[in-house]
Unconditional design. Structure first.
Length: 167
């Protein structure tokens, strides 16, 4: 009987199929892992594209707001009640424009003429610091913040651009 057990233990028939199955299992795990990595990378690229698209829309809207400010007449800008333009207001510390729910085209923003998913708002901070030191100026220098919001494909970006204008 001992001879029969030795033959069974020393028998290597079928070991190649066991090795092939182990190698196949390892390759399957590597394949599944690479598919998961590729899927994650594709999601990252998609999110980056959406962010870039919204960023450029927001930047365009903010610049459109500042261009509207630049082309506005001095009479309109000297309206201290800020009723001439919906998108131009005095800065309000209680209004957080980084919250997209606070953007309202009826009260404090305007829809961009370039992108329907973008809005702009401009706020006047105050007379610029040290602006009154220029004794030759016949008008005052004001600090403004141009804000733009871009929102599409379940993504949102809000940016602010500082600006100065004399009137």
């Amino acid at each position: 009987m001992n001879e029969q057990y030795k033959n069974i233990i020393n028998n290597e028939d079928g070991s190649a199929i066991v090795m092939a199955m182990l190698i196949l299992a390892v390759l399957t795990i590597l394949g599944i892992s690479s598919i998961n990595t590729s899927t994650t990378e594709l999601q990252i690229v998609r999110n980056e594209r959406i962010y870039q698209q919204n960023f450029y829309m927001a930047e365009s809207a903010a610049l459109e707001g500042l261009q509207s400010l630049e082309s506005a007449s001095e009479t309109d800008l000297d309206d201290r009640n800020f009723t001439t333009f919906v998108w131009l207001k005095k800065i309000d510390p209680n209004l957080d424009m980084s919250d997209v729910d606070n953007w309202n085209p009826l009260t404090n923003a305007a829809v961009s003429s370039i992108f329907s998913n973008a809005e702009y708002a401009v706020v006047e901070k105050n007379v610029a610091l040290k602006a009154s030191l220029d004794m030759t100026a016949t008008s005052q220098l004001f600090d403004y913040i141009g804000r733009g919001k871009g929102a599409s494909n379940n993504g949102r970006v809000v940016i602010e651009i500082g600006y100065r204008k004399r009137h």
